[in-house]
Design a protein around this ligand. Structure first.
Ligand code: PLP
Length: 451
């Protein structure tokens, strides 16, 4: 039963006291959405209405809600040691987690800088790469290259690396030393080329960007292996391998922002495994603790970590009060072990393939342009005419309307004016997908009737 006393928090006098993420509160109060509890792949709002979670919260709850192993680990840790200030040392769970990460991470990613959010993981990385180059004889390397349409977080430098203009304009000027290149958006190639004839020009041309910018000034290249913003932009198989070669050639550190793709989402433990490319730094968060507590990390390759192991003054000068928090680390350990031991990445691959099949079956509706992604990170670009790829007029905002209708019908998905996406908990079954797809199809039909 919903807690009736909570209903008052969905009213304006209370909601006046809170600012939510990227949201106009004057609009939110008209249709407040407050979630009260969750279990498995479902959650319930404060009025008791049930929803299927086709988005794992926001690509986070990889093991699903109410996982007994994670709950027990968190409860036990809360009773034993709820907090430990990282200024004075650390705790066994933090070291255990860092050791586990070194075991499961690809290649020689050996050392974890634990933080509390994906933004912080990227933020720490931008400092770390600059310091690394200073300590290894290349003090001029400070610039960070990233891509348009990317999202790396809401904080200063992470926002500057982000590639969506309107998210930054209000807060400009952004940080100095951040510049952008085009993403591998094959469906609407910014270079007006076609794969595979293009021979992955979008990756190869980064050589010119590096040369013209001056490689002696570039510290790192950061990319999401598959990026959410822009509509689950998925690179061709060679793309990340070419970036790896370029970075090696020019002594630029390659950073994968795996905040979404990490911990099984793309069908392997990391997208680095899926695309068979080891970055120099791998940033992760979200699914790391399955959202049971704030937890994120920047995982660093052994030779880079080595540059920080030495005399005083060469340490990484960075800290957060809650970094390596024992409760977060306990949640992370339990969640990661669930993901590994229950082989959830394999489930993501199998059920993800089934989801794609079901989405393909919606093509007769006449609005499916492109279906892309890997594992359980699948996006659909919506178009007015699939034959010509003609997009809907900006005011139609079909994806937004479908997403809102699906929510009204009891299904949470990711939605944007021109695309929708699924990213459910990695425990979903084919039968769960059937239920989600039934709601999605009904919602699309309802919205199409209003056009
Ligand atoms: C790819 C990517 N990087 C970084 C972030 C920022 O993570 P957080 O919201 O935990 O700060 C996000 C959040 O959605 C993300 O999707």
């Amino acid at each position: 039963m919903p807690d009736q006393t909570d209903a008052k928090y969905a009213t304006e006098p209370y909601l006046r006291h809170i600012m939510l993420d990227f949201r106009q509160m004057a609009e939110f109060v008209k249709e407040p959405f407050l979630v009260a509890r969750a279990d498995g792949i479902r959650f319930w709002d404060i009025h008791g209405k049930e929803y299927l979670d086709g988005l794992a919260g926001i690509f986070a709850v990889n093991v699903g809600y109410g996982n007994p192993r994670v709950l027990e680990a968190v409860r036990k840790q809360l009773e034993t040691l709820p907090f430990n200030p990282p200024m004075h040392g650390t705790n066994p769970r933090a070291v255990e987690l860092a050791t586990l990460l070194a075991e499961i991470a690809p290649g020689d990613l050996s050392t974890a800088r634990l933080v509390d959010s994906g933004s912080e993981a990227n933020e720490a990385t931008f400092k770390l790469v600059r310091q690394y180059h200073r300590q290894t004889g290349n003090p001029g390397k400070y610039k960070i290259l990233s891509r348009y349409l990317s999202y790396h977080g809401a904080t200063g430098n992470a926002m500057s690396a982000g590639g969506v203009g309107y998210r930054k304009t209000l807060y400009e000027p952004t940080s100095v030393g951040f510049f952008h290149t085009y993403p591998p958006y094959c469906y609407r190639c910014p270079y007006e080329k076609t794969y595979p004839d293009c021979q992955v020009f979008c990756a190869r041309t980064i050589r010119t960007t590096i040369e013209w910018e001056d490689p002696r000034s570039i510290a790192a290249l950061i990319v999401e292996p598959i990026s959410n913003t822009g509509g689950i932009i998925t690179p061709p198989p060679e793309y990340l391998k070419i970036l790896r070669q370029l970075c090696d050639e020019y002594n630029i550190l390659l950073v994968f922002d795996e905040v979404i793709t990490g911990f099984g989402r793309t069908g392997s433990l990391f997208a680095a495994n899926t695309f068979e490319v080891v970055p120099d730094i791998l940033c992760c968060g979200k699914g790391m603790s399955s959202g049971y507590a704030p937890l994120a990390a920047a995982l660093v390759r052994e030779p880079i970590a080595q540059a920080f192991w030495g005399p005083p003054g060469t340490e990484f000068a960075h800290g957060h009060t809650f970094a390596g928090n024992p409760v977060s680390c306990a949640a992370g350990l339990a969640s990661i072990r669930e993901i590994v031991e229950r082989r959830l990445p394999e489930n993501a691959r199998r059920v993800g393939a089934y989801l794609v099949q079901k989405l393909e079956a919606l093509r007769p509706l006449g609005i499916i342009g492109d279906i892309r992604g890997k594992g359980l990170m699948i996006g659909v670009e919506l178009v007015e005419d699939p034959a010509t790829k003609k997009p809907f007029a900006p005011e139609v905002k079909l994806g937004l309307r479908i997403g809102k209708q699906a929510l009204a019908n009891g299904l949470l998905i990711r939605y944007d004016p021109h695309w929708i996406a699924f990213g459910p908990p990695l425990i979903v079954s084919e039968a769960d997908i059937d239920q989600m797809m039934a709601i999605l199809e009904q919602s699309i039909r309802e919205v199409l009737r209003t056009l």
